[in-house]
Design a protein around this ligand. Structure first.
Ligand code: PLP
Ligand code: COI
Length: 339
């Protein structure tokens, strides 16, 4: 085991020993290669550099009390990765290659999988880029699939404590018929400036609205949004948000806990009515939201007034982590154990 201060890991890049790569050329994927270099050598006219042919994924591997390493719902990430590729005309990574890459990169970096009970996990970052040269706007004829990993702590420095969020009216991250529903780099580039403004003003993140009417909640910069009231889990339905696998799992868990689940447009005014609200995602897990500030309307929505996460968010968070760390029975078959 590496000599790492697991408990105080931030969410960030961490150099490990290996990453894995496969090249798509002449219409097919090459054998998976293991590399110890953190660099790639690509053409100056590669489409990822000029026209944003880039998609990525985010997953986590957890070490259980039993010492086993579990990966959460990899098939859903593989499926979304294929959707992202298809959405911007890149070669799709088949599930078998995706899984082989994940298994290989996790096993070869096993010493970087945080020990059980530190609130840390091994973050897995699959990446797909157009490497073929084009100057006219058209898809590349060559692609590179890379997976790197690194141990991470909580995405928001607050951990499982309420964060303050800035409701954004003067920026959109994605258009209703654009690329917001897939995980491509351009969406994140569009979120950098509003997120930076929010951070400089002391907010942990931003909450985007629907781009067309600015009437409904879309999602946070790196995570989906949910609200809780009347024993109901409510989360936005929108064509410009990423279909979060964490959110999908929380909807199932909420149902299993006897709650109602609603996936529908969520008007801004409804923020007033929620007992609890939160952001959810692989990196964010569940980040309870304590405050949402709507500058234009000079309005603050407040939750968790005692400074603690609400009871439903806490229950969902604990249940999700217990499944991911193999503490409770995985009744839905979400975990894949790395042998
Ligand atoms: N929304 C955005 C914009 C994200 O980047 C992420 C992170 O992947 C999520 C939501 C959460 O998705 P998931 O739960 O699949 O990680
Ligand atoms: C994730 O939750 O995996 C993300 O990708 C969010 C962010 C780091 C982009």
């Amino acid at each position: 085991m590496e000599n790492i201060d697991w408990k105080s890991l931030p969410f960030g890049y961490f150099k490990t020993d290996y990453n894995v790569r496969s090249y798509w050329k002449n219409g097919e994927w090459g054998d998976l290669e293991i590399s110890s270099s953190e660099y790639i050598n690509i053409h100056i006219a590669a489409t990822c550099l000029h026209y944003g042919q880039e998609a990525f994924e985010g997953m986590k591997a957890f070490r259980g009390k039993d010492g086993k390493i579990r990966i959460f719902r990899w098939k859903e990430n593989a499926k979304r990765f294929r959707r992202s590729a298809a959405g911007i005309m890149m070669a799709e990574v088949p599930d078998e290659l995706f899984l082989e890459a994940i298994k290989t990169v996790v096993k070869s970096n096993e010493k970087f999988v945080p020990p059980y009970g530190n609130g840390a996990a091994l973050y897995i970052r699959p990446l797909l880029i157009g490497t073929g040269a084009q100057v006219g706007i058209s898809p590349a004829k060559e692609y590179l699939f890379i997976v790197f990993v690194g141990p991470v702590g909580p995405y928001f420095k607050e951990g499982f404590k309420p964060v303050s969020i800035h409701l954004v009216r003067d920026f959109d991250r994605a258009a209703p018929l654009g690329t917001g529903h897939i995980k491509v780099g351009g969406n994140y580039a569009a979120s950098l400036l509003p997120a930076d403004i929010a951070k400089r003003e002391g907010f942990a993140s931003v909450l985007f609205l629907d781009a067309k009417e600015k009437k409904f909640i879309d999602e946070a910069g790196p995570a989906n949004f949910f609200g809780i009231k009347d024993n109901t889990y409510i989360t936005p339905d929108s064509s410009s948000i990423l279909a979060s696998i964490t959110n999908m799992s929380l909807r199932t868990l909420a149902e299993e806990m006897g709650m109602k689940v609603e996936q529908r447009p969520v008007p801004i005014e409804e923020l007033e009515t929620f007992d609890e609200v939160g952001a959810c995602g692989t990196a964010a897990v569940i980040s309870p939201i304590g405050k949402i500030y709507d500058r234009e309307k000079d309005k603050v929505y407040e939750y968790c007034k005692d400074g603690k996460a609400g009871p439903v968010s806490t229950k969902l968070y604990k249940k999700l982590l217990a499944i991911q760390e193999g503490e409770v029975k995985d009744v839905n078959g979400w975990n894949y154990v790395i042998e």
